[in-house]
Design a binder for this molecule. Sequence first.
Ligand SMILES: NC(=O)c1ccc[n+]([C@@H]2O[C@H](COP(=O)([O-])OP(=O)(O)OC[C@H]3O[C@@H](n4cnc5c(N)ncnc54)[C@H](O)[C@@H]3O)[C@@H](O)[C@H]2O)c1
Length: 433
Amino acid sequence: MKSDLKPDVCVVGLGYIGLPTAAIIARAGCKVQGIDVSQKVVDTINRGEIHIEEVDLDGLVHGVVSRGLLSASTTIAPADVFVIAVPTPFDKDHAPDISYVLAAGRSVAPVLKAGDVVILESTSPVGTTEQLRDFIAELRPDLKCPGLTRETPDISIAYCPERVLPGRILEELTNNDRSIGGISPRCARKALAFYKRFVRGACVTTDARSAEMTKLVENAYRDVNIAFANELSIVADSMGLDVWEVIRLANRHPRVNILQPGPGVGGHCIAVDPWFIVHGAPEATPLIRTARGVNDGKIRHVIAKAEELVAAHPDARVACLGLAFKANIDDFRESPARLVAATLARRFGHRIHVVEPYAAELPIEFTDTGASLIDLDTALEDCDILVVLVDHDVFRVVPLAERSGKLVYDTRGIWPDQPRAAEQREPGLRLAS
Ligand SMILES: NC(=O)c1ccc[n+]([C@@H]2O[C@H](COP(=O)([O-])OP(=O)(O)OC[C@H]3O[C@@H](n4cnc5c(N)ncnc54)[C@H](O)[C@@H]3O)[C@@H](O)[C@H]2O)c1
């Protein structure tokens, strides 16, 4: 790849990370081929449409596809830079599964040529980039790979994690700082030159293992701090205190910044990535492991409280507000809200209604429960109990007048003005007067 020319780019995996990344690189004027194993995803993108919900992504993809800068395929062609953004889940024992990364490496390897750059963006356990390098070296013994030769390597391999917030992906992909970890300093420099084409944030180079660990640490940091807030919420429950009031007051301390509790931690990042550290150093991670346990325990706590509330009011119609794992997105993976609502639906059937503006239908586990998907206005008119599970903006702005007379279990603390029943001292369980 000559630095004065725009490289041809291949993005492998066109999901929440890969598609916006491919579109932004295409917007910077590079020709981008997007590769996905799903024919449906490929066909959708080639029509200039998108299969995920993300602010402003539809217009961007439509634009770059119609200008011929982005096209999708299930089969890979030669390029200058390869960006891998495939899933990295864990198995039932919380051990990381890097088989998708290696599968992506298997597709990339045959088309690699001297001068190419391979960048892994998937959140990965420490050592994965080196494993990917070893795998490519095995498949392509004709190529000199970095770290395995004394001569100048033919290709560069680096790790560059994502730290975007769903709902702000396009903005954050461009403006966030990036850690770029090379297998060697030379690899890091090659990857840096590539990211500089479309990233306005600072790009900081390091080695691949440090960059891998940095990403995991960021999410473990969030998980541990949310666990502290969730543990406080359970303690406050047991003491009859309003946890949000306590946190609001404590955060007036100039060096205290407690996060907000919720119904547990969801999504495919914060609830997953800490396990990659625990798996890598099981004896050295009691805090990180415990935080995971606390956050999972909070889901069970919310389920028990919600069940108790619904069971105590047998004639009440119940609206569960939200299924997504966080506010203002359509991503329901590993979502505590979804688990709480589905558990209520299984036990209380047709009494349970779900409001989720980002869903066209209820997920599969609601089938045959009798629960239904309704809109917010209907819930506010017809339901007696509101269980707030997600802090979508559209829920947050419901005025007190429309909630009055309802029993509210607010697991997100979005309605601080909801009066608490005199007889009901549990924080988050507020009966409008
Ligand atoms: N979504 C986020 O907010 C976020 C943030 C930071 C990091 N990450 C990390 O980024 C990675 C990707 O996450 P995502 O949310 O985009 O996942 P995703 O499930 O939305 O998308 C992954 C895509 O890869 C495709 N795919 C799977 N195997 C493939 C293969 N061998 N070849 C080509 N395509 C393949 C899938 O069909 C899917 O379309 C994960 O490691 C994740 O942890 C995600």
